[in-house]
Design a protein around this ligand. Structure first.
Ligand code: ADP
Length: 322
């Protein structure tokens, strides 16, 4: 059986003057209908490029890419417009990129339906249903600027789902939200996924947000790395000296940080990338300076529980670094 999303040897190269920047270097992955996959990786790794290709906003330079049997390489004209309008919904980090400030929440949600040619009498009831589903039944007539960041992103979610897409692409959707709104947003995503049978591909830097996915993939220098939910990759070995080899996915999260804070939490040990100038009372030194007992007991406990692998990853299982 073919997967719902197929990405085979996908290459994306951009030309700037005479220089070529290769953003994706032969990406291979598949997703099933209804799956939620999160991609993590450092800035410049190619995450947005991949989302843009899957959203039909850009074309791969080489490779094969299909969603729901639709070949995205050969999609043109009205078929391409139709794909962007109906098959896929977008949620961007900048909430206002998703919304028109001069229109009420309701009229923001009816707009994509208008563009897709939905009958006028169907638009408002569907928009109201969606705004109710995102918890904004009482904010429908307000414009975005009268709403909080979290509420704006909820309206954006309703806009993304206006034409009943099967695929939701979310690029750092909680990047501009405070922790409470971010948690509310991912919980909502979970509910909407169930309610509307969505397939979700999300990019995030936030491990707590990433943890809601069924699978976490890492992208680094345009290449997919080990899955954070792959048992073998996520269960690092501890040698007799107390040294531990972190999985690629964890290294990607910590890359570029001058220091790594080691924090003992009830669920295990948290490794957190830290800027040099931030004084943290919980900082116990770099990873190698942590007492061997901490490394052994905490990291083993943390990765050991993850290796128990459940279909829906829990937050604590994935909470390895932020
Ligand atoms: P990420 O989302 O992981 O930060 P991007 O996909 O935005 O990564 O970028 C990957 C690489 O491709 C970077 O080197 C970036 O500078 C380059 N890039 C992305 N978009 C363009 C573009 N439109 N034109 C030229 N280079 C681009």
């Amino acid at each position: 059986m073919t997967a719902w999303i197929t990405c085979k040897q996908v290459v994306k190269a951009y030309k700037i003057d005479k220089r070529e920047v290769v953003a994706l270097r032969g990406i291979d992955f598949e997703m099933e209908r209804g799956e939620w996959v999160t991609i993590v990786g450092p800035s410049g790794a190619g995450k947005s490029s991949l989302l843009n290709l899957l959203g039909g906003l850009d074309k791969p330079t080489a490779g094969q890419l299909s969603v729901d049997g639709i070949d995205l390489l050969n999609l043109k004209g009205s078929a391409l417009v139709n794909y962007r309008l109906r098959e896929v919904g977008f949620l961007w980090q900048q909430t206002l990129r998703n919304l028109l400030t001069g229109r009420s929440s309701l009229r923001n949600v009816t707009l994509p339906m208008m563009l897709a040619g939905t009958a006028p009498w169907k638009r408002a009831p569907r928009a109201k249903e969606l705004l109710t589903a995102v918890g904004l039944a009482d904010q429908m007539y307000k414009r975005p600027m009268m709403l909080s960041g979290g509420q704006q992103q909820r309206v954006a979610m309703a806009v993304a789902l206006a034409n009943q897409p099967k695929l939701l692409l979310a690029d750092e959707p909680t990047g501009e939200l405070d922790a409470k709104s971010a948690a509310g947003m991912v919980t909502l995503l979970q509910e909407l996924r169930e309610k509307f049978g969505l397939t979700i591909l999300m990019v995030t830097h936030d491990p707590e947000v990433a943890a809601y996915a069924d699978r976490i993939l890492t992208l680094r220098d345009g290449a997919l790395g080990q899955s954070l939910t792959d048992d073998r990759a996520a269960t690092p070995k501890l040698d007799s000296q107390g040294f531990i080899q972190l999985p690629e996915a964890v290294r990607a999260q910590l890359s570029g940080a001058p220091r790594v804070a080691v924090e003992i939490r009830p669920e295990g040990v948290l490794l957190r990338a830290e800027a040099d100038d931030i004084a943290d009372p919980n900082f116990d030194g770099a990873l190698n300076d942590a007492p061997p007992e901490v490394q052994r007991r905490g990291l083993r406990g943390l990765f050991g529980r993850r290796a128990a692998k459940s279909k829906t990853a829990t937050q604590s299982q994935n909470k390895v670094a932020s």
